[in-house]
Write a protein of this length. Structure first.
Length: 424
């Protein structure tokens, strides 16, 4: 057991965030990710709230200043050109005033916004800044339902693995095999200059990531066409649960600010989403699974995407089953939560989202489990997360067996989660 000096960890976490702060937005880490990433920023804002409330609001405001006219909030905003990352703006070619990518990311903004709104000490700023963001986050939620659930199933589909944030999850192996690799413009990866290639997605996966980008680009990034035109359409329970939670949280802020229409719309969608999520439950696995919307079937892959629904108001029995899955992992691993079931032969301890643990998913799941009364598991997750940081620093992610830091270092959202775990 590593001893934990909380004051020191807190100071290090603040320094890590400040080191990645470019004034009105943070980069996830210098080098590997030199721009603003959507869900990184929203979660990093929670870290800022512990030492600079004004800056916390700015982080989210900068992201939403780059929202598309149709409501989508892109997954990357390329504020300042850097050739250290691929694919950059010249590949995406989305035609935005400040260049952005053309896909989105898990919508944690509503969740983060409520946390800021309820917690910050400057109440006037909270009311003013939350009120201005409210319609923008609501428009993003509406965009998801219009563009990604055209059949009105109550759940939305992602069209690119990068949208999930879990880029190379085993969840995508089967549906991704449908995406061709022929004809992709030759390219040079930059991620492997900054991180160990053995910790990163493979060349074949990159070819497919790029094929999808070029395919969507050829359709003019027209979101009324992309869903039906994509060979990759997957309903991810974790992504949907984050949307549902953000809808509930946005509704709570809207009620507090007297915005009844926004509140009712988001409450209704969250209720419908929770009911539809039940269709992704697997008794055999004791957790949720992804659904391949093209093939019309559940994907036999027990990943962290099926544990993340703890963050939404799922039935207590479902939350208890997820807690059990995490306790089972703890019998095999020193550090939970693994991004994929360690009992699955496809598990890879160090490769990005095919096994390693991430502090942000620990945070989201622990938050949900605590709210569902699964406090023993949630407390163990928080303690193990802090021990991991004290031992291995503020890495992007960690080998769950050894605690070895993997991927990039000095990570903003890892630091932000540490500040959240330590509290005030
Ligand atoms: C990357 O480039 O690795 C990102 O995860 C894509 O957003």
């Amino acid at each position: 057991m590593t001893s934990i000096d909380k004051a020191r960890l807190k100071a290090q976490a603040i320094d890590t965030i400040k080191g990645n702060d470019l004034g009105s937005y943070t980069v996830p880490t210098r080098g590997l990710y030199p721009f603003q990433w959507n869900w990184d920023s929203c979660l990093t804002a929670l870290g800022f709230a512990h030492f600079d409330e004004g800056r916390a609001w700015t982080e989210i405001e900068t992201l939403f200043a780059n929202q598309w006219p149709d409501g989508m909030v892109p997954h990357i905003v390329f504020h300042v050109y850097s050739d250290g990352y691929f694919p950059g703006p010249n590949v995406w070619q989305t035609g935005r005033p400040t260049p952005t990518s053309g896909i989105t990311q898990p919508p944690v903004a509503g969740f983060a916004l409520r946390r800021l709104f309820e917690r910050v000490t400057d109440r006037d700023a909270a009311a003013r800044r939350a009120k201005a963001l409210l319609p923008k986050v609501d428009a993003w939620h509406s965009w998801f339902h219009a563009a990604r659930d055209p059949g009105d199933e109550g759940l939305i589909a992602i069209l690119h693995p990068w949208e999930s944030g879990r880029d190379n999850s085993i969840d995508w192996d089967e549906p991704f095999a449908r995406v061709p690799t022929e004809g992709v413009t030759p390219y040079v990866r930059r991620d492997t200059d900054h991180a160990d290639p053995a910790h990163r997605p493979t060349k074949e996966q990159y070819d497919r990531y790029l094929w999808l980008v070029e395919h969507f680009r050829s359709l003019g990034w027209d979101n009324s066409k992309l869903h039906d035109a994509s060979p990759f359409r997957v309903v991810d329970p974790g992504f949907n649960a984050i949307l549902i939670r953000s809808e509930q949280d946005l509704a709570a802020i809207a009620r507090a600010l007297g915005e009844t229409e926004i509140a009712e719309r988001n409450e209704r969608r969250a209720t419908e989403g929770l009911a539809a999520l039940e269709g992704l439950w697997s008794e055999a696995h004791g957790q949720y699974l992804c659904r391949d919307r093209v093939a019309g079937k559940l994907i036999d892959s027990a990943s962290i995407g099926g544990l993340l629904p703890a963050i939404a108001a799922i039935a207590p029995a479902r939350a208890a089953a997820i807690a059990r899955r995490i306790e089972q992992q703890g019998e095999r691993l020193d550090y939970v939560v693994a991004s994929h079931d360690p009992a699955d032969p496809r598990f890879e301890a160090k490769r990005y989202w095919r096994g390693p643990a991430w502090l942000i998913t620990n945070y989201l799941i622990a938050d949900g489990l605590a709210a569902a009364g699964e406090t023993a598991t949630a407390d163990r997750m928080v303690a193990a997360s802090l021990e991991l940081i004290a031992r291995s620093g503020f890495a992007e992610y960690y080998d769950t067996r050894t605690g070895e830091p993997c991927g990039g270092g000095s990570f903003s959202w890892t630091a932000a989660m540490v500040l959240e775990f330590l509290g005030d």
